[in-house]
Design a protein around this ligand. Structure first.
Ligand code: GLV
Length: 326
């Protein structure tokens, strides 16, 4: 019997390929450049499944172009690249990769927090320029991390892992979310619920961990920067459009806040020109989950989701099992 056909928009990793090749006839996109939209639409047209990355949009147009499609598996936890209601209408099961990247992404949020507070990238640039004159009393003075207030916006799995790490730095942790976390969680993480306004006003470091939704787009806007401490640093490892980049550039220029460390951008791969020019900003290239261990786990998870559906089982990470009455 012939196997179902899957398009995979990157070769992924051997561990994931092994699962995919056992269950599917696999077509990989292997060119060094990312697959173009036109090529994606052309290649997915006759496929039963798609394993894609967060850079590929699964929307009404793609779903219409691929009438046989039954599954779209994104190798990411964020699935704002997938129009889930449209998938449901087209009887396509969508899946993502939650859980396996929480610790890794929390590590990167902390990497950025430490690096911006101690001006590490500025220091590195200085050393490489060959102009460092040697130690002096007032060089590259940053701010302390220990004992400060960390404000976590979005207290899901990743936000909680960021909170856990703060204990070692004796920080006060506050968080905001749609609802307060269970008391045991708050106790375990020594974290306290706050309104968004309280959090913005009290935090020395503000770390974003919300998904991109209509309600979270530009959550951090001009009005939010107005409420922050002038000494505050903003860390974003969630999704770029959660922050209004133009408002961020303006807030930094007007010294409304002290700095920002970003891993995600409003219009990737573009970065707002005014941010690129600033020393009080660290720019990382969307590497929140980018460790070999974690990216391998994510790819295996996507492949496992795809395999499950075609074995007649509910994919473990189905976002819309109702699409096919699972
Ligand atoms: C990365 O940004 C992800 O959503 O997995």
């Amino acid at each position: 019997m012939s196997k179902p056909e899957v398009l995979v928009t990157r070769p992924l990793f051997p561990e994931a390929r092994e699962i995919l090749e056992r269950h599917f006839d696999v077509e990989y996109w292997t060119a060094p450049e990312r697959i173009s939209r036109a090529e994606l639409l052309r290649r997915v047209a006759d496929k039963d499944a798609l394993v894609c990355l967060l850079t590929e949009k699964v929307d009404e147009e793609l779903l219409t172009a691929a009438p046989k499609l039954r599954l779209a598996a994104t190798v990411s936890v964020g699935y704002d690249n997938i129009d889930v209601p449209a998938c449901t209408r087209h009887k396509v099961v969508a899946t993502n990769t939650p859980g396996v990247l929480d610790e890794t992404t929390a590590d990167l949020a902390w990497t950025l927090l430490m690096a911006i507070s101690r001006r590490l990238v500025e220091g590195d640039t200085w050393m490489r320029s060959g102009t460092w004159p040697g130690w002096d009393i007032d060089q590259l003075l940053g701010g302390d991390v220990y004992g400060k207030t960390l404000g976590i916006i979005g207290f899901g799995r990743i936000g909680r892992n960021v909170a856990r790490r703060a204990r070692g730095f004796q920080m006060r942790v506050i968080y905001s979310d749609a609802a307060a976390a269970p008391t045991e969680v708050e106790k375990d993480l020594s974290a306290r619920f706050a309104t968004l306004d309280q959090l913005l006003a009290e935090s020395d470091f503000i770390s974003l961990h919300v998904p991109l939704l209509t309600e979270t787009r530009h959550l951090i806007s001009k009005a939010a920067f107005e409420k922050m401490k002038r000494s505050a640093h903003l860390i974003n490892t969630s999704r770029g459009p959660v922050v209004d980049e133009a408002a961020l550039a303006e807030a930094l220029e007007n010294r409304k806040i002290a700095g920002a460390a970003l891993d995600v951008y409003e219009q990737e791969p573009k970065v707002h020109a005014a941010l690129v020019a600033r020393k009080d900003v660290i720019l990382a290239p969307h590497i929140g989950s980018a460790t070999t261990e974690t990216r391998t786990k994510m790819a295996v998870m996507a492949a496992t989701n795809a395999a499950a559906l075609f074995e007649g089982r509910r994919p473990p990470n189905a976002l819309n099992p109702e699409a096919i009455g699972l």
